[in-house]
Design a protein around this ligand. Structure first.
Ligand SMILES: [Zn+2]
Length: 159
């Protein structure tokens, strides 16, 4: 099976309260309610119990990375851009733990190594997107070498 062509890595937020634990099971049930469905073939390949989730990764507030859809599976996270993109979601809305920022950097760097031709953008940077997702400026974050972005760090997570 050949791998999917990827030209975009899209960063999202879950629009959950900042600092609240959110799991792939939570997101899966919200996406199920919105009518998203995964194919039986890809469920058999990865995360069979997740029948709906639209993202490929969810970054937990403790810095764990949970997988959702298979990388070769078309996601459901960016209307008009799902075919050739990967979706990475941060738990929270616009403020994230230091562990999350570290995990996001590691995850996006791995994806950039795997898909060197891909651009990294925030959901809100795509055309015709009215929401503020992912709650921060991804271009600023990239320019800052993917360090935690000032004004978007949960104070409670500082040592
Ligand atoms: Zn989004």
């Amino acid at each position: 099976m050949s791998s999917r062509l990827i030209n975009l890595i899209v960063v999202h937020c879950a629009a959950t309260p900042n600092g609240r634990r959110t799991t792939v099971e939570d997101v899966n049930s919200w996406h199920y309610q919105r009518g998203f469905r995964r194919s039986p073939a890809f469920r058999a390949r990865q995360n069979h119990s997740l029948d709906a989730i639209g993202y490929h990764f969810l970054v937990y507030i403790n810095g764990a990375i949970a997988t959702g859809r298979h990388l070769d599976e078309i996601g459901a996270h960016a209307a008009g851009f799902n075919q050739k993109s990967v979706g990475v979601c941060m738990a929270g809305t616009d403020s994230f733990t230091l562990a999350q920022w570290d995990a996001l950097r590691g995850n996006v760097q791995l994806l950039m190594d795997r898909y060197p031709q891909a651009r990294v953008v925030g959901h809100r940077d795509l055309p015709k997107v009215a929401k503020s997702c992912p709650g921060f400026n991804v271009a600023d974050w990239l320019r800052g070498d993917m360090a935690p972005l000032a004004g978007h760090v949960l104070e409670a997570s500082r040592p």
